[in-house]
Design a protein around this ligand. Structure first.
Ligand SMILES: [Zn+2]
Length: 461
């Protein structure tokens, strides 16, 4: 039994009035974000200018506090002046924008001082009219509707019909095992969604074969090869959609797109095609996620320990011959899912070092080959004469690795801590799923580490 934070997302089917209310709330969120940012920026520029005149630090205009709390306080004092229409939306909409701004400023500050790893972040930018729409509610009446599994409740917006049943969440709520903490509405690829952040007591079944260690070799030819000999085919959703995607992209190229230099605005017809392209990409992504979830759940329900490779996915995507195939498989996502699901089920996850030559080592006698081409599909050992499928050999090596190194730091609960709500139990967070943002300590940062090109290739099989 463990308490974790989990997100449940449902597609919404709002009526026209509800849709305009949703838009209004998301606009209010953006307004508050931009208002706060303008204030912080003005203060920052003022202090910079004063410092350039040679004033001492204590003589400068005092800096404005950047916490969500003080931003909210300042907003409440100013809102009658800057936004006399503020009562049209729930106050949560404005708080949501200011909380986002506070988080963005903190991330930027931490990145500047080196507290936050990874790519250096730029100072937050103003949100334009075409920025993604979203708004988060943390207080007020929101959640599921009692005895009705086709509607959700949102503050000020009302009871909105969902495209699918809310059963998967409703059952947990009815049994008193789940508590909904916040609701985020968003508009992506032509569809409104609500995502509930839920504190849930999970009781995952123990794996069926707790003593078995499985090595998982990820690849492109087949999505994964398990050391048990099982081959999971690559469904190639993106490849299948390529034909339609190419057609739409040709259509877009015939229409008037945006051009920044002469200030040319895109035509409505161009926007329509872009919307269709976005929708197709969403369909592909949904199909991919569905397959990955089914696979990763099966892995943690079956095996007591799972060994994965630490792949340099960002590096592989840079290789333009592999980029589409690698992106189309979702390897980084697979690892993320295995890690958080394993932590729920108490399954060990071992991550093999990036430089571990899983493909080049003989799984029988342990001799490491100096060179192995990507085109060599069968591994033949020159020392003991063993001959085995390349990917299966790699999977065997990975499984063996866990047996030699019994205690791995990633074994047990892999808990990453995304930045997010204040005063929430941090220990209950699971990797990256709680806020929908990528977890700061997990795969996200590894992408930025560089690896020599030849080794990136040797991992793909
Ligand atoms: Zn051998």
């Amino acid at each position: 039994m463990s308490t974790v934070l989990q997100a449940y997302r449902f597609a919404l089917d709002p009526n026209p009035d509800q849709e305009s209310a949703l838009r209004s709330h998301c606009g209010a969120q953006r307004f508050a974000f931009n208002w706060g940012l303008a204030r912080i920026k003005a203060n920052r520029d003022q202090r910079k200018a004063e410092a350039s005149y040679g004033l001492d630090w204590d003589e400068l205009t005092p800096s404005v506090s950047r916490s969500a709390y003080s931003l909210r306080k300042d907003w409440n004092q100013a809102k009658d002046m800057v936004a006399p229409w503020w009562q049209e939306n729930s106050k949560e909409a404005y708080s949501s924008g200011l909380a986002n701004l506070a988080a963005a400023l903190k991330n930027w500050g931490d990145s500047n001082t080196g507290k936050r790893k990874g790519r250096k972040l730029a100072f937050p930018k103003f949100k334009g009219r075409r920025a993604g729409l979203s708004c988060r509610f943390t207080t007020g009446s929101f959640g599921l509707v009692d005895g009705d599994r086709r509607h959700v409740k949102l503050p000020r917006i009302g009871v909105v019909r969902t495209h699918e049943s809310t059963r998967k969440l409703a059952r947990h709520v009815e049994r008193g095992r789940a508590r909904i903490r916040s609701a985020t509405v968003s508009y992506r690829a032509g569809r409104w969604c609500v995502s509930f952040s839920v504190e849930i007591t999970r009781d995952d079944p123990a794996p069926a074969q707790p003593d078995v260690t499985v090595g998982v070799d990820l690849g492109i030819k087949s999505l994964a090869v398990l050391s048990t000999g099982e081959v999971i085919a690559n469904p190639k959703h993106l490849e299948v959609a390529q034909r339609e995607l190419r057609r739409l992209q040709r259509q877009a190229s015939r229409r008037q797109g945006p051009d920044r230099r002469p200030g040319q605005k895109p035509s409505n017809r161009w926007r329509k095609t872009q919307a269709r392209i976005a929708k197709l990409h969403t369909t592909v992504a949904n199909a991919r996620h569905d397959g990955l979830h089914k696979l990763t759940t099966r892995l943690v329900r079956t095996f007591g320990a799972i060994v994965l490779e630490d792949l340099n996915v960002a590096g592989m995507v840079k290789n333009r011959r592999l980029a589409r195939q690698v992106a189309g498989v979702g390897m980084a996502e697979l690892r993320r899912q295995v890690e958080y699901k394993a932590s729920w089920a108490g399954v060990c996850v071992h991550v093999a070092d990036r430089w571990y030559p899983s493909s080049k080592t003989c799984s029988d006698c342990g001799v490491v080959k100096a060179k192995l081409r990507l085109s060599d599909r069968v591994f033949t050992c020159s020392s003991c004469g063993m001959s085995l499928d390349r990917d299966l050999n790699a999977a065997h090596n990975l499984a063996k690795l866990a047996e030699t190194t019994t205690s791995s730091p990633s074994c047990g609960a892999t808990v990453n801590e995304p930045d997010g709500n204040p005063h929430k139990p941090r220990s209950t967070r699971a990797a990256g799923i709680a806020t929908g943002r990528p977890a700061p300590n997990s795969a996200g940062q590894r992408r930025h580490r560089k690896a020599p090109a030849h080794d990136t290739l040797s991992h793909v099989s």
